[in-house]
Design a binder for this molecule. Structure first.
Ligand code: SF4
Length: 364
């Protein structure tokens, strides 16, 4: 199955292109105080290492806005200033050299203030994200109208006001706090404009529930071709947001997975501790940044011979275990027998051979 992407306008954020046929961009947000320059830069570097491509920072006061200037000199990642309530903070952040501004129509809506920000964005030649959240949207349209209609109406009213100022360097987000409203709001807005869409679910909760909600909502939209950049919001370290975003895109084939491990869930037929083996393999691969490998490689780790050889046939490399040992396959051909105690080491060696050469030829 092929995903047909919605045709959207291309917007440049720093060196990063969002929209059109460009790969879907992963973003996250720092959780430090932006005025704490040292720790903010440290977190930005961690996010970049994890694969984040755009980072947003909260700008709560003039100290945060001023700090952006220094932070900007210490990273190549495009910086987005997250602004609420005060248009003056948007002006100060633009002055500090950020690459994009996010405004919330729920709390910055005075025409003169919007006009001042748009004028500064035009001078700086940087884009705007119109970022609505279900928690701060005002009731525009019929009273008691559906949340998703309120989000879309409020968004499009803001968009039209900005278009009248002859500005259309715009990205849109409409985040609800549940999957169904999020999916419906993005579907609706995708039909009425061609601006690139930043996907996300807001206030998702802890890692576990947040990743599930985000995967279902973002996955549904991405399957329909909707979405140009994503942020997985989690009450957790932002590096986890980036890891989850990457996994969502990889699962849909929208991003190269590098070395991807598929493994069976195990059952009563399994004669070894497969869970520990897979965890050990993933940890060793993470330490070696195999996920960022340019040569995609699928590695199947299966608990027995029921599905093992079949899955292993589909994979570049696979192992199907029996009692105490397993059979190593490459594209369905038996390579050799391996002992359970050596299996992670052997798999890493075999992955290295293929990664280094970009080839799936078996070397013994
Ligand atoms: S591959 Fe074997 S051990 Fe794994 S779930 Fe299937 S039947 Fe069970």
């Amino acid at each position: 199955m092929e995903i047909k992407r919605r045709a959207s306008k291309v917007i440049k954020i720093g060196d990063c292109l969002v929209g059109g046929k460009n790969p879907i961009v992963i973003q996250s947000m720092t959780k430090t105080k932006t005025s704490d320059i040292e720790n903010t830069i440290k977190q930005i570097n961690q996010l970049e290492q994890a694969g984040c491509q755009i980072v947003r920072l909260a700008v709560k006061d003039q100290f945060d806005a001023a700090a952006l200037k220094k932070i900007k000199t210490k990273t190549k990642l495009p910086l987005v200033a997250d602004i609420h309530f005060s248009f003056r903070l948007a002006l100060a952040a633009i002055e500090s050299g950020v690459d994009k501004i996010r405004l919330n129509p729920g709390n910055i809506d005075k025409p003169q203030e919007i006009k001042a920000v748009i004028s500064a964005l035009k001078s700086a030649k940087i884009p705007l994200r119109i970022g609505l959240n279900s928690g701060s949207v005002k009731d525009i349209g019929p009273r008691k109208s559906q949340m998703t209609d309120r989000l879309v109406n409020a968004c499009m009213q803001y968009v039209r006001m900005i278009e009248k100022l002859k500005f259309n360097d715009i990205v849109i987000s409409l985040k609800a706090n549940n999957v169904l409203d999020t999916v419906e709001a993005y579907r609706k807005v995708s039909r009425v404009c061609s601006y690139p869409l930043h996907l996300g679910v807001t206030a998702t909760g802890s890692s576990y529930s947040g990743i599930i909600k985000s995967s279902v909502a973002l996955g549904s939209l991405l399957l329909e071709g909707i979405g140009d950049t994503i942020r997985v919001s989690l009450t957790d370290n932002p590096v986890e947001e980036v890891r989850a975003a990457k996994a969502i895109l990889e699962s849909l084939g929208l991003r190269s997975a590098g070395v991807q491990v598929i493994s069976c869930p195990t059952c009563g037929r399994c004669e070894l501790d497969l869970i520990s083996i897979v965890k050990d393999l993933e940890t060793k691969m993470a330490a070696n940044k195999y996920k960022q490998s340019v040569n995609p490689l699928k590695v199947a780790v299966m608990g027995c011979v029921v599905n093992g050889p079949g899955e292993a046939k589909e994979a570049d490399l696979g192992v199907a275990f029996g009692k105490g040992s397993g059979i190593l396959f490459s594209h369905g051909k038996i390579v050799k027998k391996i002992l359970v105690k050596n299996c992670v080491k052997t798999l890493i060696q075999q992955i290295n051979l293929r990664r280094g050469h970009g080839s799936s030829d078996v070397k013994r």
